[in-house]
Design a protein around this ligand. Structure first.
Ligand SMILES: *[C@@H]1O[C@H](CO)[C@@H](O)[C@H](O)[C@H]1NC(C)=O
Ligand SMILES: *[C@@H]1O[C@H](CO)[C@@H](O)[C@H](O)[C@H]1NC(C)=O
Length: 504
């Protein structure tokens, strides 16, 4: 006992002025990942970024040696008696990217596998100590994805999150490691499992289970956009506003989903849930057995980067064909293809959700985070319990045929999900740029010359004919190659957005 006390005092004295320190046992060497930045006038040009591993997957040990500060889901009682002392006593060490984590960016692609069996998260850096900030109003974001063995119970994801550019280094004196070591994660889930928040170790009420002291438990909140959460069964994209966009520590009821600081549920577009069960999956309109491209466009009120965010538009490209997002086919919801405040309100009404999205500021609030700049997080989750919301009927006791309940065909009972090979997801050819510049004619690498022409083609090919089936078929929109405005009586061609007009 005396030894332990002496150790605490010695450690506290040794590191009284610094905290959440950087370890030196493994050098932190960030692998590079080249992305593309595209403009109307200049075409696409390479932008060199680096990838950095999130703190949560790092070895955290005593600053003076090799003693684990955290192991087996618990904090060491001697090194970590409280949040501040723990941050002072403990260091985050460098990551062995190519070895332990098997992260082998090959120039323009990165492959993620769940390292501890459960998951992994990486962020993009602009330089060794700052995240790459994505300001995407009136812009689009594009990537290719391949999903070998991404079965039921797994999810490969890309999020934009309103983290601090330096990982909170300047804001929190306790944080000495910063973006270089992947600090500062936050999301609209206000995750309680973030190991360091505000430069302090998250030791009190760890994981929200027990409140060991008066302050209870903490989470790390901020606005995020789930650009992509998918396996080979289902895909979802969803903006999630928080009343305070930037990283904020919550405690107690502020951490509560939807009624706290953030809209945890978000306004979600999952084609299956939205009434098209044959759009996304193996052999479907977007065939998950092969590489495809995902384009997300952030449309503003005035078509400039000064405007408010009013629409998040999704396109897919596969085998050289542009595939318009599926059209909502749910009673009580207009047949939209994009996320707008209108769709979100109708979705809540039809699915019996809360109006938490609107209450937290809706798309406009999410747009303000995009104006300031958001950090890109690439992740993989391998946990049936954590992906039921994505790919199964949810919740289990609800009637799966009720609108909005089933999100995919995966079993609700995780025990009945067959053993699958280790999942992995490959993200590649990440691009950002002016609307219409990152794909089709605009996507030629280093083209640097002519501005892109109209987007070629429009899938499915069958809809691009004059004899298209009546209700619901496409009849116009930016990049649509078929006959414009042609609808059989009694339907008329109505613009759902600038990219999609439909016979309604
Ligand atoms: C699902 O989407 C595909 C591709 O857009 C379309 O051909 C099909 O008719 C849609 N099905 C329903 C039920 O909306
Ligand atoms: C934005 O651009 C679209 C497509 O060109 C156009 O239909 C729309 O009217 C524009 N909106 C504004 C406010 O300029």
């Amino acid at each position: 006992m005396r030894t332990a006390l002496a150790l605490i005092l010695a450690l506290a004295a040794f590191s009284a002025v610094s905290a959440q320190q950087a370890g030196t046992i493994t050098a932190e060497t960030h692998p590079t990942l080249t992305i593309q930045q595209c403009t109307q006038s200049g075409g696409c040009a390479p932008l060199t970024t680096k990838v950095v591993l999130d703190v949560n997957w790092r070895w955290i040990h005593s600053t003076t040696g090799y003693t684990n500060c955290y192991s087996g889901n618990t904090w060491d009682a001697i090194l970590c008696p409280d949040p501040v002392t723990c941050a002072a006593n403990c260091a985050l060490d460098g990551a062995d990217y190519t070895g332990t984590f098997g992260i082998l960016p090959s120039g323009t692609s990165v492959t993620l596998r769940p390292v501890d069996g459960l998951g992994l998260r990486l962020f993009l850096l602009a330089d060794d100590s700052h995240y790459q900030m994505f300001q995407l109003l009136n812009k689009e974001f594009t990537f290719d994805v391949e999903m070998p063995n991404m079965r039921c119970g797994s999810s490969g994801a890309i999020h934009l999150t309103a983290m601090d550019a330096d990982g909170g280094l300047a804001k929190y004196p306790g944080n000495q490691a910063g973006a270089k070591y992947g600090t500062g994660f936050c999301s609209a889930q206000c995750p309680k499992g973030v190991k360091f928040i505000n430069g302090q170790a998250n030791v009190e009420g760890w994981l929200g289970t027990t409140a060991t002291t008066g302050t209870g438990f903490f989470g790390s909140c901020c606005t995020d956009i789930a650009l992509w959460e998918a396996n080979d069964n289902s895909a979802s994209f969803a903006p999630h506003p928080c009343t305070t966009n930037s990283q904020t520590r919550c405690s107690g009821s502020d951490c509560t989903a939807d009624s706290g600081l953030c809209d945890a549920d978000g306004c979600n577009f999952n084609s299956f849930r939205m009434g098209n069960t044959t759009f996304f999956g193996a052999g479907m309109s977007v065939d998950t057995t092969k590489l495809f491209t995902v384009v997300t466009q952030f449309i503003t009120s005035d078509n400039t980067s000064m405007g408010a965010l009013v629409e998040i538009h999704r396109l897919y490209i596969q085998n050289g064909q542009v595939i318009q997002n599926s059209v909502v086919n749910i009673p009580g919801i207009n047949p939209a293809t994009s996320i707008t405040d209108d769709l979100c309100a109708q979705e809540n009404a039809a699915f019996g959700g809360t109006s938490s999205f609107a209450q937290h500021g809706g798309l406009a609030q999410v747009g303000e985070a995009l104006r300031s700049g958001m950090v890109l997080a690439l992740s993989i989750v391998n946990s049936a319990a954590d992906t039921l919301w994505l790919d199964s009927n949810y919740p289990a006791d609800a009637d799966p045929s009720a609108p909005g309940v089933a999100r995919g065909t995966c079993p609700q009972d995780s025990a009945s999900i067959p053993e699958a090979p280790t999942p992995s997801v490959v993200f590649s050819n990440i691009k950002l740029g002016d609307i219409g510049t990152t794909f089709g004619a605009g996507s030629a690498l280093f083209s640097g010359r002519s501005p892109p022409g109209p987007v070629p083609g429009s899938a499915p090919a069958s809809s691009a004919t004059a004899t298209a089936p009546p209700f619901g078929s496409q009849c116009g929109g930016l990049g649509y190659a078929g006959p414009t405005g042609v609808c059989p009586s009694p339907y008329t061609c109505q613009a759902l957005n600038i990219y999609y007009s439909q016979c309604i």
